[in-house]
Design a protein around this ligand. Sequence first.
Ligand SMILES: [Zn+2]
Length: 187
Amino acid sequence: MPRFDRELWRKRAQERAGRRQASSLPQDLAAVESIARAVDWCRRSGIDVAFDYRTGGTSSGDSVTVNSRLAPERQLHVLLHEVGHCLVRRRLLESRFRRGYEERDPARLRSTAHRIDVLFEELEAWHEGLRAAAMAGVDVDLDRYNRTRSEYVRGYLKWALRAPGYEGGLEDDDPGPGKRRQAASRR
Ligand SMILES: [Zn+2]
């Protein structure tokens, strides 16, 4: 799976700026530097980082995958969040989240309590993502990070409450958060 390549990411940011009227190039290049720093920290911390074109973002064990088609700052936010999941898993012995993504009992998987546990873990992973950023020495614009968080969490809220279109199991969920959730659960 493709790896982070600073020069390639910078080139893509230039191309992206060329396609847009309002150039966000300086912010995009700054985000690429932050991704570089975060990826470097992950390598030192035993977390494998790969990129693809399909997922919103997934994590499994100590590996994370981020969609490189997302805007650079969005890639940074998703990367931090997925790393947050790794950090949550490393602390799983606390058992706070054992009924969330770790749940395997089919009956429990259908329960609202399970969905709330998943939601709880999601929120925790966004929080842990900020902790990872601090450890990596990456500056994060908190308002913008929280805006990404709210977009992602919104889908999980609907899923947890079985809003229309989100009633069924993960397979029935809509392509947005559903796919992310589904993919994230494959680990
Ligand atoms: Zn997540």
